[in-house]
Design a protein around this ligand. Structure first.
Ligand code: NAP
Length: 300
């Protein structure tokens, strides 16, 4: 049981506001733990980040990742490549990093420029050595997750599960609804919840009566990319609501996939956007880099 296990929002206390799960504070704790762990190592783990092109959001995300490396004592190497880079150019860089014994983790910031087709992007992801695949996106790592074997798991679902468990440590028998079935998030999230013995419903754009399905859930995880899609009357009193969506509004502000103000009086706990799942993704990228380093020590 965690200290939050006793928090509940019941029909007897309708005016109660949900606990806001602070992803920023939790991510700082994780980075501190990683920094402590690394202090005793012979050399720091090293993360190589491949950034292709001029996408402004990608530059911001890579900047945040490099900053987190510094905060956790991980060495970072940036491989910046021109917008006009071709498949073969990126292929050569990944090959070099795969063979470099001083590189533990390789992250290729997505999306790649439009000159690289989806099939080429998939082939490049697949080229990353599974032991260095800190995004957990190669089929080898996806297969390990499905099989319950030790591998590298995508960062955002790990971060989302961590936040759920700050509120409710035992998920056995709880009904979790995951909205969104992407390879990057929804599918691995469903798998992680299943491995915690939750009963998992995967929802997507073709799901019927999504509001009614969500209304039965103890945990709702939304990863769609539609601003404030999940309404207050979709949520069961006392549910845990995890908002993964990042949407930029016309006024420049960010919002999630959950109507925060409408859901907060009903839920037991909720993540904000920004400041919820986002910082945890970066913290788990650092955790994955440390894990990749350890996996390579075991299997050089
Ligand atoms: P994605 O690949 O576009 O997948 C979106 C999913 O939502 C799809 O499975 C789609 O269903 C489903 N969907 C679309 N419209 C729907 C509807 N009306 N009802 C129910 N489901 C619907 O997106 P993603 O990469 O998973 O990302 C989702 C969101 O999370 C985005 O806002 C993204 O920016 C955010 N995100 C945040 C982080 C973070 O660090 N915080 C990390 C990753 C993603 P179909 O499969 O049927 O098309």
């Amino acid at each position: 049981m965690t200290p939050h296990d006793s928090i509940s929002n019941t029909e007897d206390s309708p005016l109660c506001q949900a606990h806001i799960i602070d992803g920023r504070a939790e991510s700082v704790r994780i980075l501190d733990q990683i920094a402590q762990n690394i202090k005793s190592r012979e050399r720091p783990p090293c993360l190589a980040v491949i950034l292709v092109g001029d996408n402004p959001a990608s530059h911001v995300y890579v900047g945040q990742k490099i900053k987190a490396c510094a905060a956790s004592g991980i060495k970072s190497v940036e491989c910046r490549m021109d917008e006009a880079s071709r498949f073969q150019d990126i292929y050569a860089v990944i090959n070099r990093l795969n063979q470099d014994p001083n590189v533990d983790g390789i992250l290729m910031q997505l999306p790649l420029p439009s000159g690289i087709s989806e099939a080429e992007q998939s082939a490049l992801i697949e080229l990353i050595h599974p032991q260095k695949d800190v995004d957990g996106l190669t089929t080898a790592n996806i297969g390990k997750l499905m099989a319950g074997q030790r591998g590298l798991i995508p960062c955002t679902p790990q971060g989302a599960l961590h936040l759920i468990k700050t509120v409710q440590s035992d998920l056995t028998g709880l009904h979790a609804v995951v909205i969104g079935r992407s390879l990057l998030f929804g599918k691995p999230m469903g798998q992680l919840l299943l491995s915690e013995n939750a009963t998992v419903t995967m929802a997507h754009s073709k799901t019927r009566d999504l509001d009614k399905i969500c209304a039965q859930a103890d945990i709702v995880v939304a990863a769609v990319g539609r601003p404030r899609m999940v309404k207050g009357d979709w949520i069961k009193s006392g549910a845990i609501v995890i908002d993964v969506g990042i949407n930029r509004l016309d006024n420049g502000k960010l919002c999630g996939d959950v109507d925060f103000d409408a859901v907060r009086p009903i839920a037991r706990a909720i993540t904000p956007v920004p400041g919820g799942v986002g910082p945890m993704t970066i913290a788990y990228l650092m955790a994955n880099t440390l894990k990749a380093y350890e996996l390579r020590l075991l299997n050089p």
